[in-house]
Design a protein around this ligand. Structure first.
Ligand SMILES: Cc1cc2nc3c(=O)[nH]c(=O)nc-3n(C[C@H](O)[C@H](O)[C@H](O)COP(=O)(O)OP(=O)(O)OC[C@H]3O[C@@H](n4cnc5c(N)ncnc54)[C@H](O)[C@@H]3O)c2cc1C
Length: 314
């Protein structure tokens, strides 16, 4: 998804609609995207967009709140990534129970994650994506079991991706501008849902904009409705992803008092592991108990309600 353009002068204070096309700015590039020099460069426009919003809001009460969200935050998490071939893995460890996933059948996308929860909310000092030496990667996992070491040995030229997040934006919209996807709610990858949530944003937004009542005047109401429906949901998934990560990293309440030493000595009981597995299931339950189609219907009804249209009578 690309930024198509932006024709609204964000510095205008008047709420009167300007002429020109409605153009939705879709800016992501928050977390990763190797091959592009620095992620900071790529969020330049988004930062400017947020700064413009701040400019509009600086006289208002929410200026201080908006200022907190100009920069994304570091989650304290880093992913080391590397591509290895299936043949290479099988030659040294046939039947390796790897959690990494295959690409085109033969290539395995190996990812090794680290988490420093005490750093959550800070600003990462350094490039967000960088090549690193294999020794640096291995240094993070000293004393880990042999199955892990096998994978690390095969990750010959790993890259390091800093996981940043856009947590709790007070709004996804301003006037006739809307943020969707990572620009609105970049999240940790543990619910495997960042792209899915971006698609759901687009689905609801497109459905609203396709309503016959949408015009240059009412479009702001459509965008407010998009924000009302999508923001709480996407931000809830962001929180669920964080909680999932806490369990994966064993940094969650049930085991937070277990030290490395006591863990190695069996300090985490099988029962506790089963409870953690249940917790993961509970966190993921939304995937089969909620429906984006229901949310779309609710959004359309809310929008018509905003315009004073009684759907039952239509
Ligand atoms: C390790 C990892 C694993 C993940 N696994 C999953 C998963 O399993 N499932 C899942 O759903 N999600 C997953 N995600 C998250 C998912 O990849 C993102 O949420 C998704 O790509 C966000 O899409 P987007 O379109 O919002 O942003 P992006 O994919 O970042 O797209 C933004 C686009 O905007 C372009 N752009 C940037 N600046 C400008 C500009 N000024 N002008 C024009 N264009 C511009 C960029 O080039 C880019 O093409 C994972 C993320 C990570 C880091």
């Amino acid at each position: 998804m690309k930024l198509l353009g932006l024709e609204e002068d964000l510095r205008r204070r008047s709420s009167r609609p300007t002429t020109g096309k409605l153009i939705i700015g879709v800016l992501g590039e928050y977390l990763y995207r190797p091959g592009i020099q620095t992620a900071h460069t790529n969020i330049g426009n988004l930062t400017r967009l947020r700064e413009s919003r701040m400019e509009r809001a600086k006289q208002g009460e929410d200026a201080e709140e908006m200022r907190k969200h100009v920069e994304p935050i570091w989650t304290g998490q880093i992913v080391y990534r590397s591509l290895i071939t299936r043949e290479a893995l099988e030659s040294v460890f046939p039947g390796h129970p790897s959690l990494s996933y295959p690409i085109q059948g033969r290539i395995i996308n190996a990812a090794a994650l680290i988490s420093k929860p005490e750093c959550y909310g800070s600003v990462y000092d350094g490039p967000w994506v960088a090549q690193v030496a294999q020794e640096d990667l291995k240094a993070e996992f000293v004393n880990w079991e042999s199955r892990v070491q096998t994978l690390l040995d095969l990750m010959k030229s790993p890259s390091k991706w800093v996981i940043n997040s856009v947590d709790s934006l007070p709004s996804f919209v301003s006037g006739r501008v809307a943020l969707i996807g990572d620009a609105a709610h970049a999240m940790t990858p543990h619910q495997a849902s960042g792209a899915g949530q971006a698609v759901e944003d687009g689905f609801v937004l497109a459905s609203l904009l396709a309503q016959p009542e949408v015009n240059r005047i009412t479009v702001t109401e459509a965008l407010k409705t998009y924000d009302e429906v999508r923001r709480p949901f996407a931000q809830d998934i962001l929180q669920r992803s964080l909680r999932t990560g806490e369990i994966y990293f064993l940094q969650c309440p049930r085991v937070q008092d277990v030290t490395l030493e006591s863990s190695a000595a069996g300090g985490i009981s099988e029962n506790t592991l089963l409870e953690l597995n249940d917790d993961l299931g509970d966190i993921l339950r939304w995937t089969w108990t909620t429906s984006i189609v229901d949310d779309r219907e609710r959004a359309i009804a809310l929008f018509k309600n905003r315009l004073g249209i009684n759907i039952a009578a239509v």
